[in-house]
Design a binder for this molecule. Structure first.
Ligand code: ATR
Length: 281
């Protein structure tokens, strides 16, 4: 079998997904290719999806700005993706398209690969941000048995919408960005999911980390730059750091498994991706 895989989104010419998935194909001894299928916002989306339907594609990833827009074109949607209202992976089985979302599970996998023992039930977690990424991570953390997840965001109504996803066992309070800095000492893990600090604004940080708890985990899902200002501040305060590029790898691994039922090894991927990202900096 020759796997035909790809990515839709815009702009995606610099996406790292082809690089990652082609390595997965090699590492699992599978034959295949992963193509960029950029759809310009001015193009007719339905027509482009129809063209993909007519091709022999086995599966594809979906990124910004089409994670919601793809949903009406699917035959089935996985429960998680339905709850997220966003799809990042489509599997084609004999012409039946099923949509999934591997972002949240990818985040949790990356966390577990970095920290072998986490006391999920006891840890107090703070999620910064309330966009699509935060939503996926919040839900995946709940499924991974985290019980205390607070949210802070510029827009409080978006944070409240995320909180509405939770089941009754999970404890979530919402705080403004202004009030959270003084409370940071209570958290065992702080996860940054906004776009603040992303290249070319690498000197920015959404909040200051002067009051974090000693030995806490500081995590940023941004991977360009690799070491964000947010992570630099965490490092200065003696936190354990969790880097954004690992989420990128593990959400890709989860997608690859859905397409091929193969579990690509990750050992060298982390180092190789760091090298590649440093080269691009
Ligand atoms: P994604 O799907 O990548 O999570 P998104 O849905 O656009 O992207 O969410 C972006 C997140 O970054 C949100 O939490 C957003 O805050 P709002 O909900 O208040 O918009 C946050 N964000 C973006 N720009 C911001 C800024 N200048 N200041 C504070 N937060 C910002």
């Amino acid at each position: 079998m020759h796997y035909q895989l790809g990515l839709i989104g815009y702009p995606i010419q610099h996406s790292l997904s082809p690089w990652i998935h082609e390595r997965f194909l090699t590492n699992t001894n599978l034959s295949g290719a992963y193509r960029i299928m950029e759809i310009h916002p001015h193009e007719d989306f339905s027509e482009q999806v129809k063209r993909i339907r007519q091709s022999k594609i086995n599966g594809f990833n979906v990124t910004v700005p089409y994670k919601q827009k793809i949903i009406p074109y699917l035959d089935q949607i996985d429960e998680n993706a339905r709850l997220m209202g966003a799809v990042n992976t489509v599997v084609n089985k004999n012409g039946v398209w099923t949509g999934y979302n591997t972002d949240g599970i990818g985040y949790v996998r990356s966390l577990r690969s970095r920290f072998s023992s986490l006391n999920e039930k006891a840890m107090k977690v703070l999620l910064i941000g309330a966009g699509g990424a935060a939503r996926g991570i919040y839900y995946a953390l709940i499924q991974a048995d985290f019980l205390h997840i607070d949210i802070t965001n510029r827009t409080l109504t978006s944070a409240k919408e995320i909180k509405a996803l939770k089941d009754s066992n999970v404890y979530t309070s919402i705080f403004s960005l202004d009030e959270i800095e003084e409370r940071l000492h209570i958290y065992d893990m702080i996860i940054q999911t906004t776009s603040i600090g992303m290249k070319p604004n690498e000197n920015q940080s959404i909040i200051h980390l002067d009051h974090i708890k000693k030995g806490s985990i500081v995590s940023d899902i941004i991977y360009q730059p690799l070491q964000t200002e947010f992570l630099k501040q965490g490092e200065k305060m003696g936190a354990k750091l969790h880097y954004g590029h690992t989420m990128l790898l593990y959400q890709a691994q989860a997608a690859f498994e859905l397409w091929t039922n193969m579990n690509p090894a990750m050992e060298d991927m982390d180092k190789e991706l760091i090298k590649k990202l440093r080269g691009d900096e």
